[in-house]
Ligand binder design. Structure first.
Ligand SMILES: NC(=O)c1ccc[n+]([C@@H]2O[C@H](COP(=O)([O-])OP(=O)(O)OC[C@H]3O[C@@H](n4cnc5c(N)ncnc54)[C@H](O)[C@@H]3O)[C@@H](O)[C@H]2O)c1
Length: 343
């Protein structure tokens, strides 16, 4: 896709925020049709060191200036969560397609504005749901699409850490910047996986609980105002139910991440991938082979392909919006003690 400023017909990409943004840069570096043009980070030292490592000549501390000057086709939004909406909206308005790290935003209201801005600009809006691109996820998705599980009516999904609060005292543990704790950080990944595998049914209500038994008591936890464990039960228009749980700290044996699907004809576990069904009247467990795919790299490859070819991505802004609507509802329910409706 050639644009003003493009000299070789490649997709001109930029990255805002070079924490996880480095993985985006690795992905772009490997794509023959991507050209890394510019990066922006308010931490100038970090930005300059990253630019040197990746051989990037245009380095900014102000992402708006970068959007004005760098003539980008596509942008990775890899900032703290509260900046996803302003950065992505500015990018759409500057004529860029966007891949946004998870979660889409800190609230559904912000997410809606982002989806609208992408539509108004006619640009591609992809969510950075890297786990969808893993080999085991893709193989299971194919089994499900071919009917191996029948009607998937129930799923349990979670990511629980025994101890692992990220960036204590920084943006992760400050609600105004993160939107929440492990539910919006880790739960978002596994919830999206369950929704994706179930064909993205429409959520209608959620019930949830949150706890902060560790964070506020730990060194540096004086301003800790997010949960360290959350649990939610979500109901869908098609009658399906999903149970989600996430923790940064909990008294369990060890860190665990799981997604279990139950369908009318079969069930499945991800990580490790297993299918459970019946054959010849016997219960059988199936262990499919699957390629080992780096989800982050595959996600970036897919994004560049979509921008180059003008195709809809596998993980859209609308999918990100569905997830944040559910998270909003779980947080609301945890506050009120009542079921929260999702519209
Ligand atoms: N998909 C995944 O596996 C994954 C993993 C980690 C983080 N994430 C997501 O990526 C995002 C960033 O997380 P992280 O772990 O890289 O955080 P981080 O704090 O390590 O990095 C964020 C970077 O953004 C920069 N930044 C802050 N404000 C900025 C601004 N106004 N303009 C430009 N840069 C700014 C910071 O200086 C920092 O370098 C979050 O949304 C997080 O949820 C996703």
């Amino acid at each position: 896709m050639a644009t003003e400023g493009s000299i070789n017909g490649k997709v001109r990409v930029g990255v805002v925020g070079v924490g996880i943004g480095r993985l985006h840069l690795e992905g772009y570096r490997k794509h023959p049709d991507a050209e890394i043009v510019a990066i922006a980070d308010v931490n100038e030292d970090r930005a300059r060191a990253t630019a040197k490592e990746f051989g990037i000549s245009q380095v900014y501390t102000d992402y708006e200036k970068m959007l004005q000057e760098a003539h980008l086709d596509a942008l990775s939004v890899c900032t703290p969560n509260s900046l996803h909406a302003p950065v992505a909206i500015a990018a759409f308005q500057a004529g860029c397609s966007v891949i946004c790290e998870k979660p889409i935003a800190t609230s559904a209201a912000e997410g809606e504005k982002m989806v609208r801005a992408a539509r108004d600009a006619g640009k591609i809006f992809m969510m950075g749901f890297n786990n969808r691109f893993r080999g085991d996820t893709q193989v299971l998705k194919k089994f499900i699409e071919e009917g191996a599980l029948g009607n998937v009516y129930y799923a349990k999904t979670g990511w629980l850490r025994r101890r692992g609060i990220p960036g204590m005292g920084g943006w992760f543990t400050t609600r105004a910047m993160s939107g929440g704790g492990p539910l919006i950080d880790l739960g978002v990944h596994v919830l999206d996986l369950a929704l994706y595998l179930m064909g993205n049914p429409k959520p209608v209500s959620a019930y949830g609980s949150t706890y902060a038994e560790f964070g506020p008591k730990m060194p540096g936890g004086e301003n800790y105002d997010v949960e360290d464990l959350a649990s939610g039960l979500i109901k869908f228009e098609n009658g399906a139910t999903v149970l989600v749980e996430a923790s940064w700290a909990s008294n369990i044996a060890q860190e665990t991440s799981y997604t279990t699907l139950m369908g009318s004809l079969g069930g499945a576990d991800l990580s490790p991938l297993r299918l459970y069904t019946e054959m010849n009247g016997e219960q059988v467990d199936i262990q499919p082979q699957h390629p080992n795919i780096n989800g982050h790299e595959a996600e970036i490859k897919h994004f560049v392909d979509c921008v180059r070819d003008g195709k809809q991505p596998l993980a859209t802004g609308e999918h990100g919006l569905d997830v944040i609507k559910i998270l909003d509802a779980i947080y609301e329910s945890a506050q009120t003690g009542k079921m929260a409706a999702i519209s």
